[in-house]
Design a binder for this molecule. Structure first.
Ligand code: ASP
Length: 359
């Protein structure tokens, strides 16, 4: 891999205790306006000019930049493998990692990395911005500076947040519980089904009870096999048999995230259920997630979800669509048997869903 590596000239002395690796992938934070007025990613070398306060930090900072920074709408499985690999390769050399990433797909990337990097004992913090770092009112500086602080934060000599998170607009959220919910305001992310891991104000207030505890002697495991033969199928009133059948007939389709209504409800018409049942019979794995941001799928609560349970649709509980589709890609790529994949889909593997009440 041909990455650009920049060592920032910060105030870090030889007796520094903290070091961070920033992985710059692109996104609005590092964008500038081109001649036509559209935002395009720029190279990270100029960052010190834009954030002079970085030079005052007593943290040794290294930046690895994607050779071609991307708008995160272009993120794909190769980028995820690259991000995870950079962390894996450099894991022992840094106290923490900050990934600068576009907001549009940040929740997908953070979810995927939480599966690809298991046994973490160091923070991996995704952040970005709604306005480019060069804009007067940019949120980029605060997001970046606080992410660096969180990435190096320790209590009793141990990292406080040994998990993959998103820090944005004063909130630290578990990455695989997050969702982009705002495209204009600064409070772009929410985690409806899991409490914030920290809130930053005058101090950073950590919610220790919600953070995955540091595990002494944990060893990082890196997984890089993913499979994108998946589909997210969002139900809507008026969906036709033709649409459903065509989607489920896609060649080599292996997994479907079925976005249902409310607590996991779907039409109860026979054509609908028979089409799904036939797909399940062909070995397609279907995971039921709710279109609601909060709450959970409870198959069997209403008659309209009881049938899904009967035909072998799995319950995603309170997982987000972002965490569900990446989990499906991760598990399908894992080489596990179908039965094992089904078992893992309905249980948390990286804190992405709650344990209570699987149906
Ligand atoms: N389109 C941008 C991206 O996701 C938006 C952002 O960074 O906020 O890369």
């Amino acid at each position: 891999m041909n990455y650009k590596i920049v060592r920032l000239n910060t105030a870090a002395k030889s007796d520094i205790t903290s070091s961070v690796l920033i992985i710059y992938t692109g996104g609005t934070l590092g964008m500038a306006y081109d001649d036509s007025g559209a935002l395009v990613p720029f190279n990270f070398g100029q960052i010190l000019e834009k954030v002079p306060s970085l030079t005052q930090m007593n943290i040794a900072i290294t930046v690895i930049s994607f050779p071609e920074p991307i708008d995160s709408s272009n993120v794909n499985m190769n980028h995820w493998v690259d991000m995870a690999y950079i962390i894996y390769e450099n894991y022992d050399s840094y106290d923490g990692f900050v990934i600068l990433h576009g907001t549009d797909t940040m929740a997908y990337s953070a979810s995927m990395l939480s599966y690809m990097l298991q046994g973490l004992s160091k923070p991996v913090i995704f952040t970005g911005a709604q306005l480019p770092i060069s804009a007067m009112r940019s949120d980029a500086r605060e997001n970046l500076m606080t992410s660096l602080e969180i990435a190096t934060a320790k209590a009793n000599g141990k990292p406080i947040v040994p998990e993959v998170c998103i820090f944005f607009n004063h909130m630290l959220l578990r990455g695989n519980r997050s969702k982009k919910v705002q495209s204009v305001h600064f409070d772009a992310f929410e985690s409806e089904n899991y409490p914030a891991l920290a809130e930053s104000g005058i101090v950073i207030d950590y919610n220790y009870a919600a953070i995955t505890p540091f595990e002494e002697g944990a060893r990082l495991k890196y997984f890089n096999k993913l499979d994108n033969h998946v589909l997210v199928l969002k139900l809507f009133p008026g969906i036709t048999a033709e649409v459903l059948q065509s989607c489920l007939a896609i060649k080599d389709l292996k997994g479907v995230i079925l976005e249902t209504y409310g607590s996991g409800n779907s039409p109860s018409e026979s054509w609908f259920l028979e089409t799904l049942e036939e797909a399940v019979g062909r070995g397609i794995i279907i995971l039921n997630v709710s279109q609601c941001n909060g709450g959970r799928v409870i198959q069997g609560r209403y008659q309209t979800s009881k049938d899904l349970l009967r035909i072998g649709v799995l319950s995603g509980g309170d997982i987000t669509t972002e965490a569900a589709v990446t989990k499906m890609m991760f598990l399908l790529g894992s080489g596990l048997s179908d039965a094992e994949i089904r078992r893992k889909l309905v249980k948390p593997i990286a804190g992405e869903m709650s344990l209570a009440g699987f149906l």
